[in-house]
Design a protein around this ligand. Structure first.
Ligand SMILES: NC(=O)c1ccc[n+]([C@@H]2O[C@H](COP(=O)([O-])OP(=O)(O)OC[C@H]3O[C@@H](n4cnc5c(N)ncnc54)[C@H](OP(=O)(O)O)[C@@H]3O)[C@@H](O)[C@H]2O)c1
Length: 332
């Protein structure tokens, strides 16, 4: 039977590279591209089917920042599929990033230079806004829309005789110091991206605790620093091009500069092959590239505790209850 893999944000960057690599591993997959932009998705579908004619590649339209769209897409997926083997929760945004030049310069001359550049800790702030559903946009896109997608698809994912997998694209930029349970949407801070990725890590831990016994396993990955539309929002492409020779040298000291989307998907593809029972729920799997350009996967213990993860999960359930009273769900 074909394995069924759903990928959000499959239209560009890491999601697109992931689709190509998964089909290179298994060319009879059923790959479902979950994208907000249909014309981009159709171009990707045509391209993937040309290179892998034995695969099945379908599309579901979803804007993960819009709850009505998530409910509609979930309904469609439940009509189309009996089960999903893998769901890559990869779509994400970092809107209006601002580089903190002072932090950048002090990072260059500090002893923590490798850490600062590998994680972008303290280097980036973003301007968030509120969505039509009344949620902070970064949280809605990177976390909550995906959480609701999972909740709506539980019946396709939770089968104790047949494990299913959730694989979240998190980041090395996920920092405990940027997240609070009291303001988990990060409406008061200036680093909503970091907060949302820390929230993803917490959620994954809680999902394992609550759903492993039903055959659902969740993991988080960091792709490293990859040149995509997201990073081109931080610095324009020509500046990255000028920096690339320095980054190649820097790779001898810091393994996080994966640079290409292909390299960045190393951990995502590695997880595709692992037995979920063998994975540690408290570990983040991170793509890495050596100075000589070889890819590998780093296992890093996450800076979090299971108690906070459970509290955050309960808060999301509360928020889910609330939005279901305000957002119109399509009839099942
Ligand atoms: N690049 C990096 O260095 C880096 C590092 C760490 C983590 N990440 C994470 O990697 C993931 C992929 O990012 P990327 O670097 O590949 O950036 P990207 O090229 O901008 O890709 C982002 C993808 O998410 C989709 N997307 C954004 N908002 C969406 C929405 N509301 N609904 C549905 N789809 C939406 C985009 O669709 P459109 O094509 O329609 O815009 C695109 O397919 C993100 O979660 C990001 O946070 C990236």
């Amino acid at each position: 039977m074909r394995k069924v893999v759903l990928v959000t944000g499959a239209s560009s960057g890491i999601g697109l590279a992931l689709c190509k690599r998964l089909l290179a591993e298994d060319d009879v997959l059923h790959l479902c591209l979950a994208c907000r932009n249909m014309s981009k998705a159709e171009a990707v579908q045509a391209d993937l089917l040309t290179s892998h004619p034995t695969a099945e590649v379908t599309i579901v339209q979803v804007d993960v920042s819009n709850l009505q769209s998530v409910f509609r897409a979930s309904k469609e997926l439940k009509q189309r599929f009996q089960r999903l083997d893998y769901v890559y929760l990869n779509a994400g945004i970092m809107p209006n990033p601002q580089l903190n030049i002072r932090a950048l310069l002090s990072g260059v001359f500090s002893r923590k230079v490798v850490h600062v550049f590998s994680t972008a800790e303290g280097l980036l702030t973003q301007e968030d806004k509120v969505t039509a559903d009344g949620l902070q946009e970064v949280f809605a896109t990177n976390v909550f829309g995906h959480f609701i997608l999972f909740r709506e698809l539980e019946s396709l994912l939770c089968h104790s005789d047949h494990p299913s997998r959730l694989i979240w694209t998190s980041s090395r930029n996920a920092k405990k110091s940027n997240f609070t349970l009291e303001d988990f949407q990060h409406s008061k801070g200036h680093e909503p991206y970091s907060s949302s990725k820390y929230a993803t890590d917490l959620l994954s831990v809680a999902l394992n605790r609550n759903f492993n016994h039903q055959g659902l396993y969740s993991s988080v990955v960091c792709p490293g620093t990859v040149l995509t539309n997201l990073t081109y929002g931080i610095l324009p492409p020509f500046v990255w091009t000028l920096l690339v020779p320095f980054i190649w040298l820097f790779r001898f000291f810091a393994n996080a500069f994966t640079l290409t989307s292909y390299n960045g998907t190393e951990a995502l593809v590695w997880l595709f092959h692992q037995k979920p029972e063998s994975l540690n729920p408290l570990t983040k799997y991170m793509s890495a590239t050596t100075g000589f350009g070889n890819n590998y996967v780093i296992h890093q213990k996450m800076d979090l505790d299971e108690d906070s993860a459970e509290k955050f999960y309960q808060s999301l359930l509360e928020l889910e209850k609330h939005v279901k009273t305000t957002v119109q769900k399509p009839d099942n």
